[in-house]
Design a protein around this ligand. Sequence first.
Ligand SMILES: Cc1cc2nc3c(=O)[nH]c(=O)nc-3n(C[C@H](O)[C@H](O)[C@H](O)COP(=O)(O)OP(=O)(O)OC[C@H]3O[C@@H](n4cnc5c(N)ncnc54)[C@H](O)[C@@H]3O)c2cc1C
Length: 460
Amino acid sequence: MPDITALLRDLDGLDLDTQPQRVRRRSRDFYWYSPVLKAKLDHVSADAVVTPRDEAEVLRVMRACWRHRVPLTVRGGGTGNYGQAMPLHGGLVVDLSEMSRVLEIGHGRVRAQAGAKLCDIDAAAQTHPLRQELRIHPSTHKTGTIGGYVAGGSSGVGSITWGLLRDRGNILGLRVLTMEGEPRILELRGDAVQKANHAYGTNGVITEVEMPLAPAWRWCELVLAFADFMTAVRFADALAREDAILKKLVTPIAAPVGHQYLRPELLGPDDHCVMLMVADLALEVLDDLVKAWPARQVWRCFVDELPKAQPPLFEYTWNHTTLNALKVDRTVTYLQTLFPPPDHVAKVEQMYHHFGDEVPMHLEFVRFGGQVACFGLQLVRYTSEARLDQIIAYHDEQGCPIFNPHDYTLEGGGMKKVDQLQLAFKREADPLNLLNPGKMIGWDDPAYDESADRRFLYER
Ligand SMILES: Cc1cc2nc3c(=O)[nH]c(=O)nc-3n(C[C@H](O)[C@H](O)[C@H](O)COP(=O)(O)OP(=O)(O)OC[C@H]3O[C@@H](n4cnc5c(N)ncnc54)[C@H](O)[C@@H]3O)c2cc1C
């Protein structure tokens, strides 16, 4: 058993929190979206939380954790979904929220401390004389940090134009501290950023992030209502392929979700919808495109003219759709599905008819490996874990892989395969497995491979 008291003594003078309720609260994320993870992880708590003010303090914390063999789990905004930020083996949570400075803005790039909030980075880039903005951000723009997004996120608002975080060029540089007797400070650039991208902080602590920026546009939000869901999806697919129409969101959502959980003032119980964010200069051509479809425009507002009390439209999309549903009905949960190109529309249609209202459709169109595709963040009207497993298995069998949000491991929440690059980096950067232990199956079980089925994951 690691000696936590001795560790805390070594950290004297730092901002330490050992009050049990607060430590427990700061040891959780949005794992409770999943009834499966809720049952498994409810008891999880760190022994203490430390909030370093600068990189020197992070290094001091890491050296002490190494000396006392205490696990360390980094926390940004704590908005991850998969229990990513939850310290399965206790120890120390390192809260980076005080390391939140935007360090440098240049032509097409921004460098910030890892604890900087995405909204603050965007505000700094938009008000800078170069008038730029982040290419992609999660719908947790207000609360998520850039370090947490890189270590735990994947895609989001903007992915219809710019693809996924893991696509080359969407992360420019990462400053990473290794967990060794004497930590090393590495600057990962180019393809090397993939060593720590979406690794849940299991193989390094990111203290600075450099991201690409796009020119800032004046964005307009629209909601279009359709009488038929597959017509809405075909419209979304057609718009997604219009490369010259600048857009950030193309989000079809099946009835009755829009009415039941999202915008009842706009959408009736039978209205399927597509939520959009389009740059102002594209509105005229968008209007002409829409005329060819049986669509009813029920919302149109420039983002900079939104009424004060009105959340931005992106806070009804991506994983906010699930959050809004959960605010009304605590029994729903969700899936994260890839409908791979080029047959994504046909696959969506198959699943839509197969599951009906048991799995209400919510799609996010994206650029995927240079093609148009869509992710499903479908809601699930949850009845039991066994039924959830059946639903997941059916999607997998039919060629629609699920990034299982009911599994807290990197592999389970990803493509079921061990990421050999990240595993190799962990061997060199965290040889004692002190960083967020228990999240990388490839480390815990060298025999694991992609042929292992999901029962294996649940029975661990
Ligand atoms: C309502 C809702 C909507 C969401 N929408 C999206 C979306 O559109 N797209 C998307 O990709 N995700 C989405 N997410 C997931 C999550 O909000 C984002 O990925 C977010 O950017 C995570 O940032 P965070 O600061 O909250 O990270 P945290 O939850 O604090 O951490 C996430 C993971 O990264 C690790 N970590 C955090 N900081 C560091 C660091 N500096 N160094 C090393 N490891 C670190 C943590 O240990 C944890 O494993 C959503 C979640 C919710 C609840």
